[in-house]
Write a new protein. Structure first.
Length: 195
């Protein structure tokens, strides 16, 4: 029985290690592909990107979409661009979702469809609407509202005091009791200056 936890820990360690090695390899391979593409060897770069896109790498799928959409080292192919953007978008890439929305908005490789464009533009926002009623979100909104209300109240009190000072200064001026009150006269002059 004591061997089971040790085997489990060894298996867990191997899994974590292989994931970190795979992640490091993906980063290194994607950097290599970018260098190859920049040097004009797009064919080898595409092979690397396709390999990683098949493994579910968002960046590889996005790169493939971009080069096909803009004919950057490959023939212009909006259908392929849309396919690769969809793969990245389905893996949660917000920029890919926006790009798909733009393609639908202008009709690039697909029939222009405002409703479909809007769906892609707002996909991420709609996906997270379920968080709106979580207790922490409600508390944050209430806290923000309280801070805004306090700031507005302070600004209104300051504006009211300034306005009151002007009214008092004007009444004193009319009554002829301004002697010895230069600050009220200055406040009145400042308030009545034409801008």
């Amino acid at each position: 029985m004591s061997g089971m936890p040790i085997r489990f820990l060894v298996a867990l360690w191997l899994s974590v290690t292989s994931l970190s090695v795979m992640a490091g390899t993906a980063d290194a391979d994607l950097r290599t592909a970018a260098k190859l593409h920049k040097a004009g060897d797009t064919g080898r770069a595409v092979a690397i990107w396709k390999d990683w896109a098949a493994k579910g790498n968002v960046d590889a799928a996005y790169n493939l979409a971009v080069i096909h959409q803009y004919a950057d080292g490959v023939p212009l192919d909006y259908a392929a661009a849309l396919r690769w953007y969809r793969q990245a978008a389905e893996l949660g890439d917000k920029v890919a979702q926006m790009q798909i929305g733009l393609m639908y908005q202008v009709g690039q490789g697909v029939a222009a469809d405002e409703a479909e464009a809007h769906r892609w533009f707002t996909m991420n926002r709609k996906h997270h609407l379920h968080h709106e009623h979580e207790p922490q979100m409600v508390a944050w909104r209430e806290q923000a509202l309280a801070l805004i209300e306090e700031r507005d109240r302070r600004e209104q009190v300051a504006a009211s005091r300034a306005s009151s000072a002007l009214v008092v200064a004007e009444l004193r001026r009319r009554a002829g009791i301004n002697a010895g009150r230069p600050t009220e006269t200055a406040a009145l002059d400042a308030a009545t200056t034409i801008r």
